[in-house]
Design a protein around this ligand. Structure first.
Ligand code: SF4
Ligand code: ZN
Length: 333
């Protein structure tokens, strides 16, 4: 086997003990690089709000300079982070294009907010509906019926889908080993209809297709590195602006912000966000999404909250997916 970085032959004397893909030298260099990046992230996070805004504007400007204003777009979800991003970007480029993927699984308050942004706040938004390459419309229900439910987490759903779709005995065994190693406690759900395809069908593919159709080259995203281990790891490797390095060009100019900065900005600049946040929700993601629901406190998980705040949508959820929730051992009442 060869080191993935320098391509030198890996032997028992030069292989890195905790990562067998690399030689000791490459791994050590990489760890030093990551620890420096970690320090950079800490310093960026220590800046005050005004300095963060300046840095964010600089990163947005870099994206516009690299690709041109007519080739970039704000990937807009209607949530508080992307609304702050939109607010900052619009102070620089009032007509900057926003793409909003309507997953058909949105809270009514999110849809109302998008309407307000578009019709009353003058935001240049295109609403992207989930259709595939042949023009067929997808809905959340159709995705669940066709592929399975997005449940527990993206990684768990992906591991289960991979296990279920293994074509040979060997890949089946590999995916079983992967489940055993990483997701032992989800093993019992491995034959239930669970899959991670939902985001691809309802969000990623339709957005990618629309961006291609409009000739757009770079998405500007309102994501924070603090949101998850995965996002932080990604920032350490790639930073905020990732141009010409991966399949899709991305600018993530809020990466080093935290939740408190977002709230401070909203308060200071009087930014309108969906009413949902006043109803006890801390996220505006998809209504029926199962990612992370098992980690929410019983009695106050998103479905139990939905029952109180959106009885009509809750009824639809129970009639269509109530039985699945019993299998997934998720409380809904
Ligand atoms: S967030 Fe969840 S429900 Fe929404 S598109 Fe992605 S997987 Fe589907
Ligand atoms: Zn090497």
């Amino acid at each position: 086997m060869l080191c993935k970085k320098c391509m030198e032959e890996l032997t028992s004397t030069n292989i890195y003990p905790s990562d067998h893909r690399y030689c000791i030298m490459c791994s050590t260099e990489h760890s030093t690089y990551l620890s420096e990046r970690r320090q950079t992230l800490t310093s960026l996070r220590e800046m005050n709000l005004e300095s963060k805004i300046i840095q964010t504007k600089y990163l947005i400007r870099r994206a516009v300079m690299e690709f041109g204003l007519d080739k970039v777009y704000i990937s807009y979800s209607g949530g508080k982070d992307s609304t702050v991003l939109s607010h900052i970007a619009k102070t620089m480029y009032p007509d900057i294009l926003h793409l909003f993927a309507n997953t058909t699984n949105e809270y009514p308050e999110t849809i109302q907010h998008i309407k307000w942004e578009k019709e009353e706040n003058g935001t240049n938004i295109i609403v992207v509906l989930p259709t595939d390459a042949k023009g067929n419309t997808w809905t959340f229900k159709k995705v669940v019926d066709t592929y399975g439910y997005p449940m527990y987490s993206k990684r768990v759903s992906n591991a289960i889908r991979t296990y279920q779709h293994a074509l040979s005995e060997r890949t089946k065994q590999n995916s079983q080993d992967y489940l055993d190693r990483n997701f032992k406690k989800y093993e019992k759900y491995k034959n239930l209809p669970i899959s991670d395809k939902c985001c691809d069908k309802l969000k990623k593919e339709p957005l990618r297709r629309k961006a291609k159709e409009l000739g757009l080259d770079c998405a500007i995203l309102g994501i924070l590195a603090s949101e998850s281990y995965q996002r932080e790891k990604d920032w350490l490797e790639y930073g905020c602006n990732v141009f010409h390095e991966r399949k899709d060009n991305q600018s993530r100019p809020l990466s080093f912000w935290n939740d408190e900065d977002i709230l401070e900005y909203i308060d200071k600049y009087n930014v309108k966000i969906p009413r949902l946040y006043d109803m006890g929700y801390s996220r505006n993601g998809c209504m029926y999404c199962g990612f992370g629901v098992h980690l929410e406190p019983n009695g106050q998980n998103r479905y139990q909250r939905l029952k109180e705040t959106h009885p009509v949508q809750y009824q639809y959820f129970i009639s269509n997916f109530g039985n699945l929730m019993i299998d997934f051992e998720i409380s809904v009442a």
